[in-house]
Ligand binder design. Structure first.
Ligand code: GLC
Ligand code: GLC
Length: 814
């Protein structure tokens, strides 16, 4: 069953009924001002940091859970009837409801009793504001007299404090209203120099800024008294809950269309120019007024929208493919790349599954997000790398998370997640291969943000690598610390008290439990680092590095191989996890995928065996399960992983993030059929026909699909902000389609299904457009290349000479 359809030409998903199984959302903004918007206009906005600069309020765990948003009410002033053109919050039976989620914008429209209304919500590039462009058409045969009401609820900035500290917050809310513009200035009188504003292009008849006045006692957003009455009370909020609501009246002749623009924005004033006049307490509006005036003008709004469209056309144009599979094309060309932008911007901070008040940007997560983002805006990837590296600790370890606003490591969670530092090496390598910007390695970057501690970025990478060598366990494998990639494999915690953190309540000394996963990661990162060192002229470092890698590979063979698959870890008692010796959790996906993608076991048959075991024990029709058999009870010595009921999350859920590791691993053993089959099983577009089971958005990946041990087998959860986005993008583009960035050029090494006749692609790489045509002449993966008609040896298309902008690459597979 479906709830809409893909409109690939317009790069949109069109939802055709409002009651989707879960709110199906989109992101507005892709630079500094962000909003989440559901298909019924629910959601909230923030500037940079969802916790510290929340602009509009969100009530956690609400019912339905996207309630609260950017609501417009229309009222027929003849009959007094009112409704929401976005369905919520009044939930009338609308005609022709559609929600078009596009690249950075969402248009929600419907018709009710002959009145058609569409609202285009978007954030103009380089601005800290959002636009709601409302277009209303009277399709009745008679003149219509309508009242239009806008509404938003302001958050008192710190979203965590806003949701809890009522004894203070009920007394601090402040607004100003001038020329119909509502300014939210809570805490501006003291330590803030930012405020929010809500403006309207129509003639404001009345307004409200106090929630209780607008909504009315014992009512809710479904039936606001002000809307019912057809007139607002011009309330000015003092304390309690400041909101913004405008009221505009329209008269529409039959067939007539009118537009109203609403602008919700964020603005900062210089510290010494906060007030106007300076000795007053009145907001200085001098610098914000021109911005407001500009965007209340539809010409500017239309231009801004067009620019946004062009921006996305350019970004997506960097990599476009034409394959025999529509789901592959749709994801690569549109939605997966788009999701990579969201994960790059927000890491795991703000979605309907991440509250925006919890974690900020994750060190491990953000580094992995680069894999799917770096080709789009390399300059931002560069900045992110330097920010991340600055939260690295002098030991080479890293703060697990940091707040985007302050860019400081988060002390509550701290460090000691022993996989963390290696992801920096992988992130930097991906950046270097894409851009060839070797200068980044010389950038001075501090440790723990401490001034004076700056060292070249390259040294950060060396410390990352060394971090593991300083922390080897009894078998010579890396000690796991609080957790490795699997946040829930907590082998040093032994938590028996409700409410304790599984990650930070460490109570074992951490000298025994080891991770085979980190060993695989170390092998991959070590190879990357050696390559970088070599190219920096550090031959000896490169050699040392490879020697350590070889040693680790030998250790994996000796202590990390279980006969049919790679072991997962050793616990605090030195016992195997992920082995046939175990009663439950005998085989895990992470080490199969990661060891093989790192190249372990390619030469002795173990890689192939490991892949066979994945297919036999872990692969299901809905994706590859994290481990089997599921843990049926809580194991003190394993931690959070066994806290989940079987089939969910890390306990035998289909954790989509690591499925692409297996896809890449399958390409490494040459099995394109399987690689693409695994790709298709979790491809959200391919799953669209089962939207009633899958339940999350069919246009983006979710973190998890319930595994076969779960009663809800096949149901997805936690959509949008997941490493799944970057890894799938990387797996399909660079390994299955095989268009792989490298230091010396673009490698063309597809490992595609046997049944494919070939595919075409365009890839812009270091300023050159590569037109790539791949054709099958036989069933294998052997590549013969012609570059601009000339046959060349190997699978590497070298960088063309100065001035060349277009290259034709023909690849024949046999
Ligand atoms: C979540 C975390 C990520 C972790 C994964 C597995 O996606 O954001 O850091 O690797 O879960 O536990
Ligand atoms: C990751 C895991 C989640 C766990 C969390 C702990 O996000 O996916 O299951 O609760 O880490 O920080």
């Amino acid at each position: 069953m479906t709830f809409g359809f893909f409109d690939d030409e317009h790069k949109e998903y069109v939802i055709t009924r409002p009651d989707t199984p879960l709110p199906w959302i989109n992101y507005l903004g892709c630079q500094a001002y962000f909003g989440i918007i559901s298909n019924t206009a629910g959601g909230y906005s923030f500037y940079r940091d969802a916790r510290l600069r929340r602009i509009t309020r969100y009530r956690y765990n609400n019912v339905p859970f996207d309630l609260g948003g950017r609501y417009i009410y229309l009222r027929d002033d003849g009959s007094g009837e009112y409704w929401s053109p976005s369905w919520q919050p009044t939930r009338h039976d609308l005609e022709n409801y559609t929600c078009r989620h596009g690249m950075g914008y969402t248009v929600i429209g419907s018709r009710y009793r002959g009145i058609e209304a569409h609202t285009n919500y978007f954030v103009p590039l380089d601005e800290n504001l959002e636009i709601w462009q409302l277009t209303i058409t009277n399709q009745r045969s008679k003149r219509a007299g309508l009242s239009v009401f806008s509404s938003i609820e302001f958050c008192l900035w710190d979203a965590q404090d806003d949701a809890t500290n009522f004894q203070r917050n009920f007394s601090i809310g402040q607004v100003e209203v001038e020329d119909g513009v509502i300014y939210h200035k809570t805490e501006y009188r003291e330590r803030r120099n930012h405020f929010a504003y809500f403006a309207c292009s129509g003639k404001v008849e009345t307004f409200d800024t106090q929630r209780e006045v607008f909504v009315g006692p014992y009512r809710d957003w479904e039936r606001p008294v002000g809307v019912e009455r057809g007139r607002l009370a011009n309330s000015v909020a003092h304390g309690w809950a400041p909101i913004g609501a405008h009221h505009v009246k329209l008269k529409l002749e039959p067939g007539e269309t009118q537009q109203i623009i609403f602008v919700l924005g964020y603005h900062e004033n210089p510290q010494d120019q906060k007030f106007d006049p300076p000795e007053s307490q009145t907001l200085n509006k001098k610098s914000v007024k021109p911005v407001i005036a500009k965007y209340l003008d539809s010409t500017h709004v239309n231009t801004a929208f067009e620019k946004l469209r062009q921006y996305w056309a350019r970004l997506l144009g960097i990599c476009q493919v034409e394959t025999p599979d529509v789901h592959t094309d749709r994801l690569v060309n549109i939605w997966n790349a788009y999701q990579c932008m969201a994960t790059f911007n927000l890491s795991r901070s703000a979605s309907f599954y991440e509250s925006g008040i919890g974690r900020g940007l994750g060190f491990r997560d953000s580094n992995q997000d680069l894999l799917g983002f770096v080709h789009m805006v390399p300059s931002r990837a560069r900045e992110r790398i330097l920010d991340l590296a600055a939260t690295q600790l002098p030991t080479g370890g890293a703060y697990h998370q940091y707040q985007p606003l302050t860019k400081r490591g988060n002390n509550d969670i701290g460090g000691n997640f022993n996989d963390d530092p290696h992801w920096l090496i992988l992130g930097v390598a991906a950046y270097l291969k894409e851009t060839g910007d070797w200068g980044i390695l010389d950038e001075p970057v501090p440790y723990d943000n401490q001034p004076g501690s700056e060292q070249p970025l390259y040294e950060h990478l060396e410390r990352s690598f060394k971090y593991t060598l300083d922390r080897l366990g009894p078998h010579g494998l890396p000690l796991i610390g609080r957790a490795d990639w699997n946040d829930c494999l907590n082998l040093n915690c032994f938590s028996d008290t409700p409410g304790q953190s599984f990650q930070t309540t460490t109570n074992k000394d951490g000298k025994v439990a080891e991770s085979v996963f980190i060993a695989g990661l170390f092998v991959l990162a070590g190879r990357e680092l050696a390559d970088v060192a070599q190219r920096r002229g550090l031959a000896e470092e490169a050699r040392d590095c490879l020697a350590q890698v070889a040693k680790m590979e030998a250790t994996i063979r000796q202590h990390g191989w279980d006969g049919e698959w790679f072991v997962r870890a050793y616990d605090d008692f030195g016992r195997k996890i992920g082995s046939k010796e175990c009663l439950e959790g005998k085989i895990f996906i992470e080490t199969q995928g990661f060891c093989v993608l790192a190249g372990v076991g390619l030469d002795d048959g173990t890689a192939v065996k490991s892949m066979e075991s994945v297919s036999k024990y872990l692969a299901t029709e809905h994706g590859i399960i994290l481990q089997q058999p599921a843990y049926s009870k809580y194991y003190l010595e394993l931690g959070e992983i066994s806290s989940y009921p079987p089939g969910y999350k890390e306990n035998a859920g289909i954790f989509c993030h690591n499925n692409p590791w297996v896809m890449i691993a399958e390409t490494r053993v040459g099995n394109g059929d399987r690689a693409h089959d695994y790709y298709s099983r979790i491809n959200p577009s391919a799953r669209e026909p089962i939207s009633d089971l899958h339940r999350c958005e069919p246009y983006v990946y979710a973190q998890m699909i319930a595994g076969r041990d779960a009663p809800t087998y096949g149901e997805a959860k936690n959509s949008w902000l997941t490493g799944t986005a970057a890894w799938n993008y990387y797996a399909i583009t660079q390994w299955i389609l095989g268009i792989r960035t490298s230091y010396d050029g673009l490698r063309i090494s597809p490992v595609i299904p046997k049944s494919w006749r070939g595919f075409k692609a365009t890839r812009i790489f270091r300023g050159v457009t590569y037109h790539i045509i791949v054709e099958r002449a036989g069933e294998g993966n052997q590549v013969a290349l012609r570059v601009d008609g000339v046959p060349i040896k190997g699978d590497m298309v070298p960088l063309p000479g100065e001035g060349r902008r277009e290259v034709l690459v023909q690849a024949t597979l046999s």
